[in-house]
Ligand binder design. Sequence first.
Ligand code: PMT
Length: 318
Amino acid sequence: MASGTWEEFFAAHLPPPDFEDNRSLLKEFCERHDQYGNRIALVTSGGTTVPLEHNTVRFVDNFSAGTRGSASAEYFLEHGYAVIFMHRQKSLEPFTRHFSGQKLLDMLDIQERGPNTTITVKPDSVDVLAPILLRYKAAHSAGAILHVSFTTVSEYFWLLRAACECLTNLGPRAVLYLAAAVSDFYIPKDRVPTHKMQSASGAPVIQLQLVPKMLAPLVNLWVPEAYVVSFKLETDENLLVPKARAALDKYKHKMVVANLLQTRHHRVILVTPDETQEILLTREEVHAGVDIEASIVLELVRLHAEHLAPCGAPPVAP
Ligand code: PMT
């Protein structure tokens, strides 16, 4: 089935209630960093949902824990970029991603002495917590990271377009790193029931429609000078590189990071117009908890600097 246009998609979906607040935050953040000539990476992370009911009890979800985006955001900060971290609510976030589940509580000791109860970090956890806490504090006190969140695919697109509008002044200093897992299918608003679907009415027949690809207006209209990196997620190895290359040919952006669902944490393929480069972690590196995102971002930063060189930008952001 053919998708509608991106303009029709925006016309049919109202902006989310907190949209204007987020737009102001994005504007302030981009203007501030633009003033100093900084580079900004917009990192999208986590999966978007498609609600099956307006008062949503059920929804279709896209798979992503937010591992890729949250880790990458940390490495962009390390390389001197300011970061807009646009993420699915309740998915992994930079810095706190290291302490999911009970990890943080397991690092703490408590001495109950009535009103003088004290909580301390266990001595053997200080070495783990301290470097992460220091990086977290440094990023936040420098105002180097902004978090904005989405849940549904329409919230994602409203935020994405607003972020692009704010980033456009940065020209080639903006990197868009589109790691979020974005819905390809949705239910048009007028076919979404208001209330929870009732099982007594029998099995529902749900017809999904194609979501327009936002990469097209993004690359051509919203941020034509930015360094745009999209991701390609497949489950079939045979489709991976051909589809990544087809996306590059079609949208004419700078890079596709291709990954298979099954191996995404230790293998990716960076596809650019000129080359195809595999990044593969060894078994030992995986065991030692090395993030593949460190290598992805390192290579991207190198290519972005090359791209910026003719514009006279310094090799490393201030
Ligand atoms: O978070 P993790 O668990 O670590 O998982 C990371 C990841 C596997 C989700 C990530 O590495 C990844 O591959 N993200 C992209 C997933 C995706 O949406 O792939 P796609 O092949 O459906 O889309 C390709 C590109 O088109 C994406 O960059 C997307 O931003 C863009 N798109 C998608 C749908 C749409 N309607 N418009 C778009 O522009």
